[in-house]
Design a binder for this molecule. Structure first.
Ligand SMILES: *Cc1c(COP(=O)(O)O)cnc(C)c1O
Length: 436
């Protein structure tokens, strides 16, 4: 049987995997969800603790996508995407960290982007012409998407980034790959980049001619591989211990993936969502009112989100009942000052290096263990500290953070980007000119 997908706004209309993945966002502005998610079978639970991360991924992907993709192709896509480890580190008694930054661009987004790229490549294998992936980035997403699609046959990626507003190494991640990856350096803000991307999708003819698709984080195919590592963490805890997952959150895709893992049968003690000052969801959990608002800038900038895009999925999962969500998910929020103090304190107490997003998770985990002393908390460390070198060096001193070779080596690479203004006309003309 194939899996079908519905929009959270039209639960009785279904699309197939190709439509859900390539369209990303339904026309009614809802979000795609799988029609049914069932508990993994006996065979899996008999041996899951002995399986590798990729083996677990093969079972999970099959349970979600079913026969929408031939089993051998799905297995190949899964193994090629989850091909780096997600180690669980016990930093203090009952205080664990799940390191999700061992992929090519040093953030958890590699899991989702690599899976999506390969899946899109497969779904369009017999189509005429190239699939053109458009993505606007303020930093992390663009790098993960560029690296994931680099060399995938039948695809090309166009990344729009704001000139002077991404870090030097982040810019190199976007502009040095070449091949099927093109970077546009926009003399404007991230919002301008996002507006330009949207304007291209609204031009129906252009969108169809270029076979445009989006790689944004609400794509259902990015969430599925993010549920793999919840099983990986749980299997590495002592037998009988149920994890409390603490998730540094922005658009809440990672938390949604954890809830997906639970629906597949993983036993989880509790979920804790941790945010910076952009605390729309913790506020909702506390007060029952959802008030999206413009984001404010913080040092944990990948979580500077004022209107979390996956909130619609959280509501759907909890049947639009505040009490139900509140009973399963706790929310905590922290400012920059205490985040910085925590990076210093944990380094000196334990010698473990947390970056700003993970430090916010650590604070929430401490708060949770305070009121639940039996809990084993697992903080998802979403990026490598070297991606936030300025903050890290301010707190820990210069040279204290090791820069992994795959990031350091970008420094000497030649940047190649096309300069462009913020006018839609200019962007559309350029897009029309690249048609083969
Ligand atoms: C994207 C990102 C987040 C936020 O994840 P969501 O799934 O959007 O909640 C947190 N930390 C880092 C480092 C990120 O890149």
């Amino acid at each position: 049987m194939s899996q079908r997908f519905y929009s959270t706004k039209s639960p009785d209309q279904f699309v197939d995997i190709k439509e859900a993945v390539l369209r990303s966002l339904p026309a009614d502005n809802g979000l795609y969800m799988p029609e049914s998610i069932e508990r993994l079978g006996h065979g899996f639970w008999e041996s899951w603790r002995d399986l590798s991360l990729a083996d677990i991924g093969v079972h999970v992907a099959k349970a979600i996508f079913r026969d929408s993709i031939p089993a051998d192709e799905l297995e190949k896509i899964t193994r090629e995407s989850a091909n780096f480890p997600a180690p669980l580190v016990t930093v203090k008694e009952k205080a664990h960290v799940l390191e999700l930054f061992h992929g090519p661009t040093l953030a958890f987004k590699d899991f989702g982007a690599r899976f999506m790229a390969r899946l899109m490549g497969w779904l369009t294998r017999d189509d005429d012409g190239l699939l053109t992936v458009l993505v606007a980035t303020s930093g992390d997403t663009g790098g993960a998407v560029a690296s994931a699609f680099h060399g995938i046959p039948g695809t090309r990626v166009i990344i729009l980034y704001p000139k002077g507003k991404v870090s030097g190494l982040q810019e190199k991640q976007l502009t040095t790959l070449g091949g099927n990856i093109t970077a546009l350096e926009i003399t404007g803000t991230f919002d301008d980049c996002q507006r330009l991307v949207k304007s291209a999708f609204l031009k129906r003819e252009m969108s169809e001619n270029l076979n445009l698709t989006s790689a944004n984080s609400i794509n259902i195919s990015r969430l599925v591989p993010q549920s793999f590592y919840y099983f990986e963490a749980a299997k590495n805890l002592p037998e009988g211990v149920k994890p409390t997952f603490v998730i540094p959150s922005g658009n809440f895709g990672n938390l949604t993936a954890g809830l997906l893992a639970e629906k597949l049968g993983l036993e989880v003690e509790h979920f804790v969502a941790a945010t910076n000052r952009n605390d729309v969801v913790p506020e909702y959990l506390r007060e029952g009112e959802y008030r999206p608002r413009p984001s404010v800038a913080t040092i944990s900038n990948a979580m500077d989100v004022g209107a979390p895009s996956n909130f619609a999925r959280l509501e759907e999962i909890f049947g639009y009942e505040w009490e139900a969500m509140k009973a399963r998910v706790a929310g905590y929020a922290y400012g920059d000052k205490i985040t910085r103090e925590t990076i210093r304190r944990i380094k000196s107490e334990t010698d473990y290096t947390l970056e700003p997003h993970g430090a916010i998770g650590w604070l929430a985990a401490e708060a949770w263990r305070e009121s639940h002393p039996e809990a084993h908390t697992v903080v998802l460390e979403t990026a490598h500290p070297s991606k936030f070198l300025d903050v890290m060096e301010e707190e820990l001193g210069a040279g204290e953070v090791e820069i992994p070779g795959r990031l350091a080596c970008l420094a000497d690479r030649q940047k190649s980007a096309i300069q462009m203004g913020t006018k839609e006309g200019e962007f559309h003309d350029w897009l029309s000119s690249i048609r083969e």
